[in-house]
Design a protein around this ligand. Sequence first.
Ligand code: BTN
Length: 244
Amino acid sequence: MHYHRQTIGTNLYIVDAIGSTNTELLDHADRYEHGTIFCARKQTSGRGRNNRDWHSQDGGLYFSILLKDQYNITSSYPFILLSALAVVRSIQSCASLGVAIKWPNDIYINHRKVCGILAESITQGNSSTVVIGIGINVNNKVSHLKDLRHPAVSLKECRGEDVDLAVLLDHIVDELDQLYSDHLNGQFSQHLQELNRLLYAKGQEVEIKSAGIARKIIPLSFTDDARLKCLEKGKEKILNSGEM
Ligand code: BTN
C-alpha cells in the first residue's frame, strides 16, 4: 500500500539549481508551509557547518526541511538526530555494513563521510523557524576530492552502480515523516537503541572541537534529549554541541 505522508514532504519542490536549499527556506519561509521539502539537483553555493562550503554538483541529493513555529532549535535536536536516522535507514540498501552516525549528525560509511546535515534557525519573538539541510553524496564522484576536512565517499562509489535519486528521496521523506510523528508524540527514546548501535567511534578516544578548542573524548551513547554522553579525562559528561 502507498504510504500517505502527514506533515513532512506533503509539499515537495524539486528544482534544477539553486544557491542553497537552506537559504531558500530560511529567507522565504513565509512562502512555504510547515513540513515543506525543498530539493535541488545542484547548488551553486551549498553551505556546510562552520561556514564551510558543501560540494553540490549534479548527482548528489541536496534538500532542506522546513519546520515552522518551533519552540527553539534545541527543542528540535531530537528530530534533527532522527533525520540522520532516516538517511541511514534509506541508504542501508546500498551499504549495509560500516554505516555510522558521527556526532552531532554526520553519516559515515567505513570512516568516509557520505552525508552532512546543517540545521539553522531564525527566531522571532517566542517562535523559531528551523531548517534542516541534508546533503548526500550519491552518484557524484567525491573520493578524489582533496580539499576536504574528512575523506568522503558517495553511495555509487560504495555500491559500484548508480542509485536512483528519486527513489532514494522518496524513501528518506517517508522515513522523515514517520519519525517526525514519533518526535511529536514524545517517542524519540524508542529509537535510542538503534541510534546507539549506529554511534560512530563508540568507546574509542576521538578529538572534537568545540568553540575552536580541541578536546579528547570517548563517545558513549546518545541521551534521551539527543545530546551525547561521553567520557572526558575519565569523567562522564553530556555534550550539547561541537564536532568530532
Ligand atoms: C556539513 O557536513 O557541514 C553539513 C552539510 C550540509 C549540506 C546540505 S545540502 C542541502 C542544504 N543546503 C545547504 O546549503 N547545505 C545543506
